[in-house]
Design a protein around this ligand. Sequence first.
Ligand SMILES: [Fe+2]
Length: 614
Amino acid sequence: MSSSTFVLGISAYYHDAAAALLRDGEIVAAAQEERFTRIKGDPEFPHRAIDYCLREAGLHERDLEHVVFYESPVTKFERLVTTYHLTAPRSLRSFLSAMPKWLTTNLWLEQEIQRELGIKRPIAFCDHHLSHAASAFFPSPFSEAAILTIDGVGEWSTTTFGIGRGNEIELASEIRFPNSVGLLYSAFTYFTGFRINSGEYKLMGLAPYGDPVYADVIRRELIDIGEGGAIQLNQRYFDYLGGLTMTNERFADLFGGPPRQPEAPITQREMDIAASIQSVLNEVVLTMARHVREQTQMHNLVMAGGVALNVVTTGLLARSGLFDNIWIQPAAGDAGGALGAALWYWHMQLRHPRRPAPADAMKGSLLGPEICPTSQSDDQELRELGAVWTSLDDASAASTLARLIADGFVVAVARGRMEWGPRALGARSILGDARRTDMQSHMNLKIKFRESFRPFAPMVLAEDASFYFDMQHESPYMLFAYPVAERQRVNPPADADRLFGIERLQSPRSTIPAVTHVDYSARVQTVRAETHPFMHAALAEFKRLTGCSVIINTSFNVRGEPIVCTAGDAYRCFAMTDIDYLLVGNRLCARDQQPAAARNAEQREKWLAGFALD
Ligand SMILES: [Fe+2]
């Protein structure tokens, strides 16, 4: 048995189940279950993510001394029962549909987790927002910081703030269910026809096409923004307390009719609603942050919770000057609770001190399974799928990648350890040339099978970031939107104003049009040689070839699927799209050399026909 102390954190049973493992307080591994089961947002007990974490540490389940769950089931149950009690009999259907799972699993979570893991040791439970807070503060580079967590709902809390100092976190204040700016945003996600818990970023991407014409209605009817951001939602318009949907008919009347059906065309109304709720969210979060700054007098802020993934709001916050530095947990949603719960246990239960790392403790958020440059098992997996490749070395892999992108090809990369959190950061990414006007629509439609209104994110050499974007801070995890710098902007053609909606994305607005949204914003990822040597080398070579140090980085998956995990996943995804090249480890697969590409043509059509459009 190892002399090290291991702590396993688990999140599960709601959405985005995940596991994270600490060895003597250091993050050894962290991954979401969806990447292994290939079920997007998989909420089930994360057996495979746990197996992976244990394998990474050479550990057996029976050696696990400390296991922590990311929320308290008893408190959450109390909230559910109280809510049902207050809303009965309207809530009866929703109550009856939720109860079997609670009575058979959730209330007996300790025994359930022990049974799943095959261990008898007690399981620790950390409150939901404390898990978020711990995931934000403990891995951050700060010795002390204000903490702000904002999500839909945990047990009772929907927003908390406090202070992290040394190995302590104190959450001083909270906003409680049903008042939740996260749920308000999710209500609009539902109303505009996107899927709750995954479509929020689509709503955010739609906002720049609209005008905030409904912002006043939202402020007047739906939300009261009190002192310090103490919000109250007017429950007359919502149905999530006792019903089975988020909003009711009164809500629909405010916005000119019923919700958009998921596959219906997106109209100016949805664009204006998106712009309006984004504007209100910005106001609420900035008001909260100002209050937190006044109350804590801290210069640093750390954040987590699903709302912290809204890069438009966090970008505004970063540029507001309210705090000198802001750090956000890359897995800010509930998956990140697994890591937070483990860190909480290590520092606040086992009382181990904390030494903040100069950058942070996340290792570039590359914490998942590794695809090595060369490995016999990956070779075998690829061979079984019919893959044909050329073997490269590290240096030629980086330079070939840069040259192919510069030549206008679309290249998927699956190399190194998989990213932790919803963003692909160059380890499981599809890359392209950001300077090409047609790249946005080409990659969206031919490769990703997804809505073309969403802009791609730029990946830029950290040292060149401020040349391309108005930014003073680094953004290694793609968690902030920044304006494209004035010097990079070009005037759109004179007739661009007459274009409607997503057509506007086709008219170039900068020297890097494929990553510039219609409002000149971009979700920037800065790349440092220390954390990401391979991608830094590729970007540096791209700059040498083209004079430009920005490329497109979008996640390596197709619509409705989780990001690829293994070499086999990467090849399967490559074979079913029009991606030109795949770099898997140091193996380069060219599309025109793949026998599978031709063989899969019929399969691909079937596969596309069966797609669940979200
Ligand atoms: Fe949460």
